[in-house]
Design a binder for this molecule. Sequence first.
Ligand code: ADP
Ligand code: MG
Length: 273
Amino acid sequence: APPAPPEPWEREARVAALDGAPAAVEVGNLHKSYGEHVVLDGLNMTVRTGEVVALLGPSGSGKSTLLRTINHLEDPDSGAVLINGRRLGYQDNGKPLSPAKIADARAEAGVGMVFQHFNLFSHLTALENVAGPLRWVHRMPAKEAEHRAGELLERVGLAHRAGALPRHLSGGQQQRVAIARALAPNPRVLLLDEPTSALDPELVHEVLEVIRGLAREDGLTMLIATHQLRFAHEVADRVVFISNGSVTEEGPAEELLTRPRHPATARFLRVMG
Ligand code: ADP
Ligand code: MG
């Protein structure tokens, strides 16, 4: 049986700990269109340091666009994203960073991302998928990178599959490698874009279990787009529901998921639940 939602006292302890915590991610008046199609229409939201936020919204509501924009994989048309107080992808003088410097800037800002379709390097082993970027991007010595990659594979329960190529791993294992890779540069903020929606139902649990551990034991700040309402209920401190390009409703996970105030949220929860 899946774990139960946290006890009220656990939630209260987390709420108290988060009270007054500095903002880890600040999204201000974000606008993004593809041609005529307005996807983000003045979206505002904040994620506090140590907070786990579930991002809900109908398919096509802009969850991926928002996460990609936060990670500077997309440029917004207007508005700004601050990560730990800094604009990712821009120099202090406001000029954009060269693409070659973005990966460094992400590591410096302390942000990492996990994608719906894993995006592993298909010709590299699990270990190399984690160790490789540490060497290429973060210029870590090979031995150290390999050691760290080994520790991270252990962390996600895959030490025994270190030498396997992605195609010889299950989807759940591939996503766990992708999580290890995202954790390798030691981010303080992890963005997860529907990390279980490409998985067969029987493989969802092992991935959620890893994410749950990161939330509860590692105190990582996380923004997770997901359709797993029960999971959101268990791990999220807060839920942000987006539709029509902006935040329709947000609130404590327990409250929003059991007593939504906005009709669009209620409709979404009825369909998904
Ligand atoms: P979600 O993740 O909530 O399902 P997305 O952010 O993927 O939503 O997409 C929001 C809308 O933007 C969708 O209508 C999608 O078709 C459109 N869209 C996303 N990326 C692109 C792109 N690169 N070019 C054109 N349209 C896009
Ligand atoms: Mg998406």
